[in-house]
Design a protein around this ligand. Structure first.
Ligand code: CP3
Length: 351
């Protein structure tokens, strides 16, 4: 079986597979001691994610520790911004900071079209190396932030609680925001093409903060640009499966299924069986396990994974958390998650 395609890729394409593949959002990061040690030596997030040797090494840390079925590029959704003329930093305990937030039409008109080969060569290099290293033992995942979520960062200038600045723009100067969202959609589609050409086999689009929108506004400011990214990408790369993730998505699940993506990644506020019943059969399902569960006991973690897998049975399913693994999660509980996923058939037949 060593020469067949990796499990996660086959599952994402809709082939019937022996078990659901398993990976974790944010699987490389602060909950791992080996990552924290490396971070002590290289305190700059930009350096860790833009130096190809470091980004490659960090991407591989969870693979060496747990052999998940997916290996995701270590990077950030903000990484392509400097290539468009927007500088940023990620500051410990504050999160992302945009040096000059985008607030007017002159700034939007001045943005560069992203040329990923030129401004993000390290991403291509890392993806190519990851693909060579993992071979068919795992699937290499690329990712981007969706236009609405990128706009939320560059307009607000930082992580936000209530999104007042971008909502003021949406409800006072919608043409300005639409221009920014359109710019991001085109650039992000080109960035995904570059990631796939460099080695990514499945890609995930994070519209993490689209759940902050009323459904009527999701249809104006988030969905059309998710669709534009998908259409542009599918026009040249029709065979690469696309996953869409939104935090707080229970009110827009059906709409997520209409964006053209192949797989919808659920948070944990919806029951897996109900989430499945609200999406057409051809749309795959990912996620749904509460990241907070990994602070629980191994028995409870195993029980919940079995419940999740049984509820998703009969459809394209990728086992994952409902958002990124939390800092402070015991590493041995991350291991329980991966191991339970890999042995889920045996565990179900014994239960
Ligand atoms: O999944 C992976 O292992 C790949 C790595 C990855 C990171 N960011 C690394 C990172 C991915 C896929 C992201 C995506 C990302 N970045 C999203 C979408 C996913 C989501 O969580 O909704 C968002 C919204 C961002 C923006 C961002 N970057 C935030 C909110 C933060 C956290 C700030 C903090 O300190 O808690 C970051 C920083 C960041 N990106 C870290 C990591 C591991 C933590 C900083 C560090 O390790 O020093």
């Amino acid at each position: 079986m060593t020469d067949s395609l990796p499990l996660l890729l086959r599952a994402a394409r809709g082939e019937s597979v022996e078990r659901p593949p398993v990976w974790m959002m944010r699987q490389a990061g602060r909950y791992m001691k080996i990552y924290r040690d490396l971070r002590d030596r290289y305190p700059s997030f930009r350096e860790r994610s833009e130096n190809p040797d470091l980004s490659y090494e960090i991407s591989m840390q969870p693979f060496h520790a747990f052999e998940p079925d997916g290996v995701i590029l270590f990077s950030d959704i903000l990484t392509p911004l400097p290539g468009m003329g927007i500088d940023f930093d990620i500051v410990e305990s504050k999160g992302p900071l945009i040096n000059e937030p985008i607030r007017n039409i002159h700034q939007v008109n001045a943005l560069n079209a992203l040329n990923p080969k030129e401004s993000l060569p390290f991403v291509g290099e890392v993806l190519t190396r990851l693909r060579k290293s993992v071979g068919n033992k795992a699937t290499v995942l690329g990712f981007v932030g969706a236009p609405w979520t990128l706009a939320a960062y560059v307009v607000e200038g930082k992580s936000s609680k209530n999104y007042a600045v971008i909502k003021a723009m949406a409800f006072k100067e919608p043409e300005l925001l639409h221009k920014l969202l359109d710019h991001f959609a085109i650039s992000i589609a080109n960035y995904l093409k570059y990631q796939i050409d460099s080695g990514a086999q499945v890609v995930q689009m994070f519209d993490s903060w689209a759940g902050q929108l009323s459904p009527i506004d999701y249809e104006k400011f988030a969905a059309p640009y998710q669709k534009k990214v998908v259409e542009l990408l599918k026009s040249s790369h029709p065979d690469t499966p696309i996953i869409l993730y939104i935090s707080g998505s229970a009110g827009v699940l059906e709409r997520m299924g209409q964006t053209g993506v192949d797989i919808v990644s659920l948070d944990w506020t919806v029951d897996m069986a109900e989430g499945c019943s609200r999406l057409p059969d051809n749309i795959g399902i990912q996620g749904n396990v509460d990241p907070g569960l990994l602070f629980g006991s191994p028995e409870v973690i195993k029980g919940r994974i079995i419940d999740t897998v049984l509820k998703a049975k009969g459809r394209k399913h990728i086992l994952n958390l409902g958002h990124g693994i939390l800092p402070g999660t015991p590493e041995e509980n991350a291991r329980v998650f991966f191991e339970t996923g890999k042995n889920v058939n045996e565990l179900i037949s014994k239960a």
